[in-house]
Every structure is written in structure tokens, then in C-alpha cells.
Design a protein around this ligand. Structure first.
Ligand code: PLP
Length: 402
């Protein structure tokens, strides 16, 4: 008898929908299309020789251990090194018992969702938000309460309004999810004043903050701002960090910092998910960082991505019509563009592919899918000349629609 898997799916899985964005992005996979749609580091700067050296040393030095299962928490050497790095950024009082190595930050998001979200629970997210976070929280059937962003990041006064409204309706949000540095997709950074205010609100309203910060170290202008974890401590903040953007996403490594009661739940969730993150890449990462190579690599990408970002902003100034607007990020990987006359960027996508240029449609990042006039442009993965040509093609297309 044939098996109808549809009868077996969980209620949760019944809600899983293939992302139409991924379907759209399949169209991008052709060399003649200039893709500003990615979110990847530029692999031309990967220091392959150094990674080979770190890897062969790791295998010689730790051989069997590196190829064996490790502890769910991750190898101690690496966690201690991360604790030291965080202390240099002003994050104090973090011990080994507060850090778990994750299979990059996407797993951090998924574990946070698993640990905190029951179906129908309200969580507060930025509008727009990182798509992968919306997927992780959505897969646990979270209900999204949104707070808009402006040039200084999350609008904290509006957050307070929402917190008051939720309180008045006796709804306790499980957490606020925020990406404070060089936001994906919006490129904006939460100002210092707002960071302090946000932590104060977290204290006043007993709010848990999930701080997702893949891009903070990829800063090419301005002063580095203290993290929410540094300002608020672990009582109110769970921090998700990753090696993906500051080094290589292929390591599939990140780390989660949280108070012990939270981390102990996360660890059980992680055991169920993957037992432990790859041991071998943890040793490679340790060797790479402890030789000072991570810091050197970060300096290279800061310098090179700055040039690419400048090329993109100049091209936008030159080729985009009046009425379009965009963010000018001080770091990260993305520029967020608002089309003039609120041109429908989802409908325009196929025409852009015909013009051999691609972007990510803005609607993907809105939890309530109520904004159709933005597009996310990536500058990290493309050479400056191609960035300029891609922006020119997009500018022409937009002008033809006005
Ligand atoms: C804000 C944000 N969080 C998390 C991730 C997940 O990255 P990874 O799992 O590679 O660490 C990304 C990737 O683009 C991101 O932009």
C-alpha cells in the first residue's frame, strides 16, 4: 500500500512552506548574472595556505581527538579563547559554564526557538528581520510582534509602546530578537544611546534580549559600540556569535553565551540536534585564532569590503533615480535600498534577472509581508567593477518603470 506522508506530518511541519525566495534565487545561478543577492564573504580573501597550516597542525597535534566526537559544549581551549576575546570587548563575568559552541549562529537561533517558543507565543522582532531567524522562530509557530527600524536601528521608543500594549493585554513576550550591528538586511546599527535605553527597558519589563551579532567585527568606519551583552550582562541577554562572516562559513561554528539556567536547556536541545559541533573545525579555528590570523584576516576584509561598499554607494548615487533611498552602512555586508514610487521589487525581480542582475526582494524580511518596495544588495562577494555594473543595470530598470 502506498504511504501518504502528508497524513504523518506534525502540525508544525504542515506549516513549513518552501521559501519562494529560494525559488527565485535559483534563477540567479548563472555566471552572466551579476548577483547582488548573496550574503557570503568574498572567498578570494580566504587565506587558504594558513587554513591548511592550521588544519595540518590540528590533525598532527590533536589527531584522534580532532576526529572523535567532542563534548556538546565544545572544546575547552576554544571556549576559553572566545571568553578572552569577549573580555577584550568589555564582556566580563563569562565563564566556561556560560559558553557553548554551536553549529554556527543559525543553530543558535534554532535552539533559542526550541527552548523558548511554544506554538502561539509572542516574540518581538525587528521589521525587517533576518530571514533565517524568522524561519527558525516561525517553525516553532511563534507569533511576531514587530518594531520598526530607522537609521539608528531598532526604534526603542516604539518598543516601549509595544511592551506597554502587550502588558495591557496580559501577553508576556518570550524575547526580543535583534541584530544590532550592520543589520541584515537593513545595514543599520543601533546607536549607543538606544543600546542603553534598550537594556533599561529589558530591566524594567523583565524582557529577554536575543542579540545576534555576526557582523560587529566587520566594521570599516567609526567606533565599535559595546554589545548588548556587555551593557546588560547575561541576566537579560543571550548572545549568538558566529565565525561565518569574520572568517569562513564552511567551519559551521559559532558560540552562544547565556546564563547557566538558560544554557543548560540549550545544551539538551543541542544534544538532540547534533550531539556536538564538528570537533575538527573547532581545533582548526582554535589554531587559526591563537596564531593571530583571525585578527589579521578581519583587518583585510574590513579594508576590502569598505572599498566595495564605497563602490556600491557611489554607483547608487550615479545610477539610481531621485526618490530612491538607501542605507550607507559602516560595516557588514548589505545596503538596503528603497525603490522610488514604491516600485514593487518582487514583481521587478524577473525583469532584473532578464537584465542579468539579481538582488533579494525586500518582502522576504518582513514578518507580516507588508512592504514590497525594498531590495537587499550585497557588496561583500562581488568585485567592485561588477558591483558598479550591477547597480547600473538595476538603476536603468527602475528608471524604465517610472
Ligand atoms: C543576522 C544573521 N544571523 C545569523 C546568520 C546565520 O549565519 P551562520 O549560521 O552561518 O552563522 C546570518 C547569516 O547570514 C545572519 O545574517
Amino acid at each position: 500500500m502506498s504511504l501518504d506522508a502528508g497524513q504523518l506530518f506534525s502540525e508544525r511541519a504542515k506549516g513549513f512552506r518552501p521559501s519562494e525566495i529560494r525559488e527565485l534565487l535559483k534563477l540567479v545561478d548563472s555566471p552572466e548574472i551579476i548577483s547582488l543577492a548573496g550574503g557570503m564573504p568574498d572567498d578570494r580573501f580566504f587565506p587558504i595556505d594558513r587554513v591548511i597550516e592550521a588544519s595540518s597542525f590540528a590533525l598532527k597535534e590533536y589527531g584522534k581527538k580532532a576526529l572523535q566526537y567532542g563534548s556538546t559544549e565544545g572544546i575547552k581551549k576554544l571556549r576559553n579563547l572566545l571568553i578572552e576575546r569577549m573580555a577584550n570587548e568589555g564582556v566580563r563575568d563569562v565563564g566556561l559554564e556560560n559558553v557553548v559552541i554551536s553549529t554556527a549562529s543559525q543553530q543558535g537561533l534554532s535552539l533559542v526557538a526550541q527552548v523558548f517558543v511554544d506554538p502561539g507565543d509572542t516574540i518581538i522582532v525587528e521589521d525587517p528581520s533576518y530571514l533565517g531567524a524568522l524561519q527558525a522562530f516561525g517553525s516553532m509557530q511563534a507569533k511576531f510582534c514587530t518594531v520598526p527600524l530607522d537609521g539608528d536601528g531598532l526604534q526603542v521608543d516604539m518598543l516601549e509602546e509595544k511592551l506597554k500594549e502587550l502588558q495591557a493585554s496580559h501577553v508576556r513576550p518570550k524575547f526580543l530578537y535583534t541584530c544590532p550591528n550592520f543589520h541584515n538586511p537593513a545595514g543599520v546599527t543601533l546607536s549607543l544611546e538606544r543600546r542603553k535605553r534598550l537594556i533599561q527597558l529589558a530591566r524594567d519589563y523583565s524582557l529577554l534580549v536575543i542579540e545576534d551579532d555576526p557582523y560587529g567585527e566587520v566594521r570599516f568606519e567609526g567606533e565599535r559600540l559595546p554589545s548588548l551583552l556587555a551593557l546588560g550582562g547575561m541576566e537579560h541577554v543571550v548572545a549568538l556569535r558566529t565565525f561565518s562572516k569574520i572568517s569562513f562559513p564552511g567551519l559551521r561554528l559559532g558560540w552562544i553565551v547565556a546564563r547557566e539556567d538558560v544554557l543548560s536547556k540549550i545544551i539538551v536541545g543541542k544534544q538532540a540536534a547534533d550531539l556536538c559541533s564538528p570537533t575538527i573545525t573547532q581545533y582548526i579555528a582554535y589554531e587559526f585564532i591563537s596564531r593571530g590570523w583571525l585578527d589579521e584576516y578581519v583587518q583585510i576584509i574590513q579594508r576590502e569590503y569598505a572599498k566595495k561598499k564605497d563602490a556600491m554607494i557611489e554607483a547608487l548615487n550615479q545610477y539610481f533615480p531621485a526618490g530612491a533611498s538607501w542605507t550607507n552602512p559602516q560595516g557588514g555586508l548589505f545596503v538596503w535600498v528603497k525603490a522610488p514610487d514604491c516600485i514593487d521589487t518582487t514583481a521587478m525581480f524577473r525583469e532584473a534577472i532578464n537584465a542579468k542582475v539579481a538582488y533579494v526582494v525586500g518582502i522576504a524580511f518582513y514578518p507580516h509581508r507588508n512592504d514590497n518596495c525594498h531590495m537587499r544588495l550585497n557588496f561583500s562577494a562581488v568585485e567592485p567593477e561588477r558591483i558598479v555594473e550591477g547597480v547600473r543595470r538595476l538603476g536603468d530598470l527602475i528608471k524604465s518603470k517610472m
